[in-house]
Design a protein around this ligand. Sequence first.
Ligand code: I22
Ligand code: ZN
Length: 198
Amino acid sequence: MRNQRILGHFLESAELKKQAAEVLADPIGNAADLMFSVLTQGNKILACGNGGSAADCQHFAAELVGRFEKERLPLPAMALTTDSSIMTAVGNDYSFRDVFTKQVQAFGQPGDLLLAISTSGNSANVMDAIEAAHDREMTVVALTGKGGGAIGQMLTENDVHICVPHDRTARIQEVHLLVIHCICDGIDAALFGEDVDD
Ligand SMILES: O=C(CO)[C@@H](O)[C@H](O)[C@H](O)[C@H](O)COP(=O)(O)O
Ligand SMILES: [Zn+2]
């Protein structure tokens, strides 16, 4: 009985990954190209999201600053989810909606990119951070699900939307992690001059 339940999770996750590959390959490639051009022009990537998505932001930043699969120079990416003093001061003195926005305003420069992760597409602090990024002439790569929510409506033609076609938060997060690894691989492939169409 318990194993059936576990098997159900594995099968649903595997099925979604196979199905999502068709729809997401183009936007994932576009996100990797955009990030490659941002990074090679001397700009940086900031990342924000809540809960499991906060962990994804940190995972992504670690792979760019440290490494993914290949030895290369460190790349500038920063998770806006890690400084508990900033999070508590801004949350306490202003509001939790502002915890990412203040950091985008503090660290974001024109030409930088915001990686915004929300499975519902409706987290207010992520939405506000996107608005702040647009105000600072930054581009946005949004990882969402559940149809994209309000975030899907806020993106411009310069941004990239990667919307996982599912309604279950856990499944969407599992695909988000795969998307992040595909993006890291795409950036490395471009840096090493590998044929990304292979
Ligand atoms: O990891 C999980 C659920 O799998 C939770 O921590 C989840 O990330 C949190 O409930 C988030 O606050 C959900 O926010 P969002 O993905 O809708 O933006
Ligand atoms: Zn989770």
